[in-house]
Design a protein around this ligand. Sequence first.
Ligand SMILES: [Zn+2]
Length: 401
Amino acid sequence: MSSFVRGNRDLIKAMNRSLVLNTLRREDVLSRTQLTEKSGLSVGTVSQIITELLSRQWIIEIGEGDYTGGRRQTLIRLNPDAGSAIGLKLMENRVACAVTNIAGKTLYYRDYAYSADANPQAICDKLYEIVQDALNSITAQHGRLLGIGIGVAGVIDAPRGVVHYSPYFGWRDVSLAQMLQDKLAVPVYIENDVNTLTISEQLFGAGRHQQNYIVATIGRGIGMGIVINHQLFRGSKGGGGELGHITVMQDGPQCSCGKRGCLEAVASDPAVVQYVQERLPGNAKALNTLGNILAAAQAGNPVCREALARSGEYFGIALSTMINVLNPSLCILSGEGVTAGEFRLNPMREALKKHTFNDLLDSTEFVVEPADDRMWARGAASLVISKVFESPLAEAQITSL
Ligand SMILES: [Zn+2]
């Protein structure tokens, strides 16, 4: 057999295996017959792949389903403990760390504060220490460690593992994934933090059955993850989806990116705090967080209500533009800022109705999914798990068992 033919056969096998794994991921539990129907593969191919995946413990049999044609069929599902992943959400002065299984269940969580030393090597050393703690929590029953995922705000060149630009640390072209991988014997991946949440929604959440959807986050910053035809859209340098930095107010407030009038400078949580503090300088101490402002709004404070409403309105205007451009079937609203609830979300909905073209809004479903540090860290871990379901990497990982 020529190496070309063998190479092609290996590739087809890997693609079929990936198709089976992804079908099981989307559908949870299937019989062999259902798996054959849903995957479109032949009975023989499915049978061969199942035998192989069972022997390598990527899938498990879980009892029997209904009678079909006179005999019971054994049901199959992914083995949630086929492997584990460590997720690190890197923030300005904190790191949140989670260990999950391949079903996205969090097995361990811890967060760490560190002093603001933006030196890449110092942060890499800190991450290494945090990973050592997490490794101590992983027992044999959690399966092999598949890798480490890092989520960080900014423009991330994910395929190369490079932080192209980080607004928090002022980094330009820092190969953080490689730096950490050099200290550890497992693969390290890095991705924009909102993209990691988007991947986690695609693997385990509301995005599982959606072809085109967006995840818009509001909180400390404002960001967006975009999935087009089931694929995360990163843009040419990883900068796709910078929703927070579209201009919504000419000559508006100064943004952390250096421009003026960005959505983030007008509508993020710090922008809401700033808006309130400028108008109520006497209450600067009491109204210094979104939580305090929300409580004051609930108690009837008109300035706090207005600040949240204004933030929601600008967020809605920006989202309507995204819906006009992308026509997604689903928009997942996430980040810690959605906890401001109807004070922010009602004005957002009104702005969406006012500014979305024709009837495009009718075909967009909205789901509110607050993300705290634990969710962000889980998102970073899902970056690793997503590699299992990408066919060439799944091949590399399965054969290396
Ligand atoms: Zn900006």
